[in-house]
Design a protein around this ligand. Structure first.
Ligand SMILES: N[C@@H](CCC(=O)N[C@@H](CS)C(=O)NCC(=O)O)C(=O)O
Length: 367
C-alpha cells in the first residue's frame, strides 16, 4: 500500500516536473525513491524489461484457456499468449509470473499495476474499452454465450431449444461478466422469468449445477463445452446427457489481451504479438519450421528478423522478438490446436479460422 502510494507520488511528481510546475526537492526525492515509478512513467515495456518477468493476469480456472498448475504457472490458450509475449519482450517464454484473477477482480488488477497485461477470456465491449480505461488488442478467440441444462431436470431440452426452455429456471453464471448481463437481458427480451444466481467463479457455478441447485449453467460457449468435457472425462453421472443450447450462441464475445489505456507503446507490442501469431499461421510458419520459413518471403524476414529487424527495434523490441514468440510457443494455429483441440473445440468452420478459410483471423501486413 505504502509502496503503491510512493509510486503514485513519484509518477505525479514526474508529470508535474514535465509541466514545469513541480517543487524541485519533492521531485528529486520521490523519483529517486522508486525507480519503478520512473519506469512506469516511461511505460510498461520499460518496467517489464527492467523487472525481467512479465506479470500476466489470467483466470486460472478456465478450461483450455488458463489452468493453474501445482507450481503456480498456468497452461492453456491464454497462458500461451502470456508466454509468447514474454518470449517476445524478454526472450524467455518462461519469464512469466501468472496471477489468477476472478472476473470481478480483473480490471482493477490491471488499473492498479498489479499486472502488465490481462489475458483472461475477456470480452471487448464498448464500456470496458471507453468508460473503464481498458485497451483491447486484436481478438484471439471469437466466442459467444451458450447454456447447458440436464434433460433429466428440464424434459424435452435439445440443442435447438431457446430461451423458452428456461422459463422459471434457476440460472448460474459467474459475477462481473458479460454473461450475467446477457442472460438477464435475453430472458427479459424473450419474456421469460429466471432466477439468476451469480457465483465468484466458474467452478462454483459448475458445483451448483451438478448438485442441482441451478437448473442452467451459462458462460462463453468455449467454457460451456470445456466444462462439460471435463465432467464427461471424469465420469460425472449424467454428464453425457447434458445439452448445450442454443446451437447458435446468443451473444458476441470477442476475447483478447487487454492493456491499460494511455500506454501506446506497450499496446503496440501486445497487438503485434497477436498479429505475428496470425501472420505465421497464415503462412504455415510454425515453431518447428520458422528457421527455414522466415527466409522464404520479404514479409516473413521483416517480421521474424532476418534483416535488421527494424520493424521491431523501432518498437523498442529486439529484432527477433516475434521470431522468439513463434519459435518458443507457436503460431496461432499451434496455440489453438495444442490447447483447445484436446477439449473438443476445433477451429474449422468457426470465426477463428483464417480469413481465407471463411474466418475472422486476419492481420495487417508486416511492412
Ligand atoms: N467473456 C466474459 C466471461 C468471462 C469468464 O468469466 N469466463 C469464464 C470461462 S468462459 C472463466 O473465465 N471462468 C473461470 C473462472 O471463473 O475462474 C467476460 O469477459 O465477462
Amino acid at each position: 500500500m505504502i509502496k503503491r502510494l510512493a509510486v503514485l507520488l513519484a509518477v505525479l511528481a514526474l508529470i508535474l516536473a514535465a509541466c514545469g510546475a513541480g517543487d524541485d526537492d519533492t521531485t528529486t526525492t520521490a523519483a529517486a525513491d522508486t525507480d519503478e515509478a520512473a519506469q512506469q512513467a516511461g511505460g510498461t515495456l520499460a518496467v517489464v524489461k527492467a523487472r525481467g518477468t512479465l506479470k500476466c493476469g489470467v483466470s486460472g480456472s478456465a478450461v483450455g484457456f488458463s489452468e493453474t498448475q501445482p507450481d503456480g504457472t498456468a497452461t492453456g490458450f491464454d497462458a500461451d499468449y502470456c508466454r509468447a509475449l514474454a518470449a517476445a519482450v524478454l526472450g524467455d517464454a518462461d519469464a512469466v509470473e501468472f496471477t489468477a484473477l476472478t472476473a470481478a477482480q480483473r480490471f482493477e488488477a490491471l488499473k492498479n499495476n498489479e499486472i502488465d497485461v490481462l489475458i483472461r477470456n475477456t470480452t471487448w465491449t464498448q464500456s470496458r474499452d471507453t468508460d473503464i480505461g481498458m485497451q483491447f488488442a486484436a481478438t484471439t478467440f471469437y466466442d459467444g454465450q451458450q447454456m447447458m441444462g440436464d434433460p433429466a431436470r428440464l424434459p424435452g431440452l435439445t440443442p435447438d431449444s431457446g430461451f423458452e426452455a428456461i422459463d422459471g429456471a434457476v440460472v448460474c453464471a459467474n459475477a462481473g461478466t458479460t454473461t450475467e448481463k446477457n442472460i438477464s437481458e435475453g430472458a427479459a427480451v424473450a419474456g421469460v422469468t429466471i432466477t439468476l444466481e451469480t457465483t465468484e467463479d466458474i467452478p462454483a457455478a459448475m458445483e451448483k449445477f451438478k448438485e442441482g441447485s441451478c437448473d442452467i449453467f451459462t458462460t462463453d460457449g468455449s467454457g460451456v463445452f470445456g466444462n462439460r468435457f471435463v465432467e464427461q472425462a471424469a465420469g460425472t453421472p449424467g454428464a453425457d446427457d447434458w445439452v448445450i443450447f442454443p446451437t447458435a450462441p446468443f451473444s458476441k464475445e470477442p476475447l483478447g489481451p487487454v492493456t491499460r489505456q494511455g500506454d501506446d507503446q506497450w499496446f503496440d507490442v501486445v497487438q503485434w504479438l497477436v498479429f505475428a501469431t496470425f501472420i505465421a499461421d497464415e503462412n504455415g510458419v510454425t515453431s518447428e519450421n520458422i528457421d527455414e520459413m522466415r527466409e522464404n518471403t520479404p514479409e516473413l524476414g521483416r517480421l521474424f528478423g532476418t534483416d535488421e529487424g527494424e520493424l521491431q527495434t523501432k518498437m523498442g523490441l529486439d529484432a527477433d522478438a516475434y521470431y522468439q514468440a513463434i519459435k518458443q510457443v507457436g503460431n496461432y494455429g499451434e496455440i489453438y490446436n495444442n490447447n483447445l483441440n484436446p477439449i473438443g473445440l476445433s477451429r474449422e468452420g468457426t470465426f477463428n479460422a483464417q480469413w481465407f478459410d471463411g474466418g475472422l483471423i486476419y492481420a495487417p501486413p508486416a511492412r
